[in-house]
Design a protein around this ligand. Structure first.
Ligand code: AMP
Length: 271
């Protein structure tokens, strides 16, 4: 595996490669990331992973500081997976690059996480755009766990006519149902059990939650989730996946989108 900390070296090594599959991550790699990587490996024989914790997408310094970092272990994991290229830029390397594309943020960025995390999606699209301009991948692997992020990156790609195809990958879950996330290591045993109860409740009561929200009884859902161990519910909404807006009618094909805290750890899911 070739490891690059400098974009100029990276560009020298990969320019001319026509079929790069790119998997951007913030590291602390887990089974969710590995699923994306394995899918990328099946598609082409040139897979490039990035590990970069982007300060511009964190709404609080504390959250940025506390984000899990496991670089040595990640490098071992990627070597074992026989990955071709790993890009680990520092702040200067990535932010001194002058992008050509204008950041496009669709209106979908104004609800759900975008409403509660100012500048988050602007930070995400900014960094992903830089990666796309530098790497010029044919395929970009993204997880449905971060559906809003995936959708906003897609809008930016379409708007800027970038020649990269997004490959959507399903959410990988623990046996107890909770979506695997780098942040899960910040939870203790009891908190993990509570997160699992919250997952089961939402999965079992999807339609009921939909009708309660529609009939202005969201507080009852919030109270239920609080009793199951959530310390704060940032939002719970039913979103029409095709139209990418909050459902107003009972017939829409929807997922329940939730962002909540267990202790000080913020978790998101959609199911
Ligand atoms: P992150 O390192 O959290 O920025 O995630 C990097 C990529 O992995 C993003 O496209 C995420 O949507 C995806 N991802 C993270 N967790 C999961 C999961 N549990 N299942 C599927 N994809 C995931």
């Amino acid at each position: 595996m070739k490891i690059f900390k400098n974009r100029k070296n990276l560009i020298e090594n990969i320019s001319g490669l026509k079929k790069i599959a790119f998997v951007p991550t913030m590291g602390a790699l887990h089974k969710g990331h590995i699923n994306l990587i394995n899918k990328a490996k099946k598609k082409t024989n040139k897979v490039l992973i990035s590990i970069y914790i982007n300060p511009k997408q964190f709404s609080s310094k504390r959250d940025f500081r506390k984000y899990p970092r496991k670089l040595n272990k990640d490098i071992e994991t990627l070597k074992n997976l026989r990955i071709d290229y790993l890009y680990i830029p520092n702040y200067k390397d990535i932010f001194l690059y002058k992008p050509k594309n204008k950041i496009y943020l669709d209106n979908f960025s104004k609800i759900l996480c975008g409403k509660f995390r100012p500048f988050h999606f602007k930070g995400v699209v900014n960094i992903v755009n830089r990666f796309l301009e530098i790497i010029k991948p044919k395929f970009l692997y993204l997880g449905m766990k971060d559906f809003q992020q995936l959708s906003l990156i897609q809008s930016h790609i379409t708007q800027n006519k970038i020649k990269t195809k997004i490959i959507k990958c399903p959410t990988i879950r623990e046996k107890n149902g909770i979506a695997i996330s780098s942040r899960n290591v910040l939870l203790d045993k009891n908190q993990i059990q509570n997160a699992a109860k919250i997952y089961k409740f939402i999965k079992k009561n999807k339609k009921l939650i939909f009708y309660k929200i529609l009939n202005k009884k969201r507080h009852e859902v919030v109270s239920e989730l609080t009793q199951l161990g959530a310390s704060k519910i940032e939002y719970i909404e039913c979103v029409n996946l095709d139209k990418q807006n909050i459902c107003k009618s009972p017939t829409a094909k929807f997922n329940v989108f939730v962002a909540y805290y267990i202790g000080k750890v913020r978790l998101i899911d959609n199911l």
